[in-house]
Design a protein around this ligand. Structure first.
Ligand code: CP
Length: 320
């Protein structure tokens, strides 16, 4: 595996899920693969789960993980080509990336969308530069438009907890005080479309996701109707993707608390289990009673971040 970005990169999903469950059962069985190998995890943005789960996955595989917090530990990095570097950024990505590549075998990158320039974000400019200039396999640890390690962990969690062969999975937009990227819902949609589930997306008008990720999923603007009979409810906020409203790209269009997932919403489901990638704003995205209920899977879902990262790193080590 040369890069991990889209669902297609993992190949056959059934095989990937089987491998994930094997890795979960025997996390140290492939420790020999990572001996004398190094992974550098580059963070342009904050993280709790991705930072820790990626390091744990690397350690389980016998690798040495090194974390670089850009703009914290390192020089501030310029990401645009052709600029006169007379500001506070001391080094360009064009040099930094091959230098990082020369110190390691695999690279992971977290670089959020700027949410001001749709073309730039959806062109994945920073991640692309890592792929083009590092000479190393690259893992998206949530880049501008995708968060594949999260979506893979979500799918593993659904596979482990489903109570019927083909569950109904509903991804619902929920309110948040700040503008958030679309990477998590984009990847979740992409992975659910590839999985053996009935997938429905619900959000207020204006929040239409990029058609490349929505695919053939059912989109229902009536949240309660969408949730009827759901086996899994996946809540997430995202800012305006700029599909139906290009001039509103990256903006907060609604803070309608009627979309907060609470007991009234869960009551119309098929006793659904609740998922969220975390971090979550309680009583904005989801009520305390729902996230604290026995049907909430947010902690096992987060724990599966080690498993998804480990499968990806294992496959990369196997193909070095
Ligand atoms: N879900 C997730 O990616 O969490 P972090 O932002 O804390 O890494």
């Amino acid at each position: 595996m040369k890069s991990f970005f889209h669902v297609q990169d993992i190949g056959n999903l059934d095989a990937a899920l089987e491998e994930a469950l094997e890795v979960k059962k025997n996390p140290f069985a492939w420790k020999h693969l990572g001996i004398d190998k190094t992974i550098i995890l580059v963070f342009f943005n904050n993280s709790l789960r991705t930072r820790l789960s990626s390091q744990k996955a690397a350690l389980n595989l016998g690798m040495n993980p090194i974390v670089l917090n850009v703009n914290g530990d390192s020089w501030k990095l310029e990401t645009e080509m052709g600029v006169v570097m007379d500001g506070d950024k001391s080094e360009h990505l064009r040099e930094a990336i091959p230098v990082i590549g020369s110190f390691c075998d695999i690279i992971g990158v977290r670089s959020f969308a700027g949410l001001t320039d749709r073309e730039k974000d959806y062109g994945e400019e920073i991640l692309r530069q890592f792929i083009d200039y590092s000479g190393r396999p690259v893992i998206s640890l949530e880049s501008a438009t995708v968060h594949p390690c999260q979506a893979f962990a979500d799918l593993i969690t659904i596979e482990e907890h489903k109570e019927r062969k083909r569950p109904k999975v509903v991804m619902t937009w929920a309110p948040h005080p700040r503008a958030l990227p679309q990477a998590v819902p984009n990847s979740f949609a992409e992975w659910m479309n590839a999985a053996d589930v009935d997938f429905v997306i619900t959000h207020p008008e204006g929040y239409e996701l990029d058609p490349r990720f929505v695919g053939d999923a059912e989109v229902e603007y009536d949240q309660m109707k969408a949730l009827e009979g759901a086996d899994f409810v996946y809540a997430k906020n995202w800012s305006c993707p700029g599909v139906s409203l290009p001039e509103e790209y990256g903006k907060v269009l609604s803070k309608d608390m009627g979309w907060t997932v609470d007991a009234k919403h869960m009551a119309v489901t098929n006793n659904a289990q609740f998922l969220h990638c975390l971090p979550v704003r309680r009583n904005m995205i989801v009520s305390d009673e729902v996230i604290d209920s026995p049907r909430s899977l947010v902690i096992p879902e987060a724990a599966n971040r080690v498993v998804s990262a480990q499968v990806v790193m294992k496959r990369m080590l196997e193909s070095l």
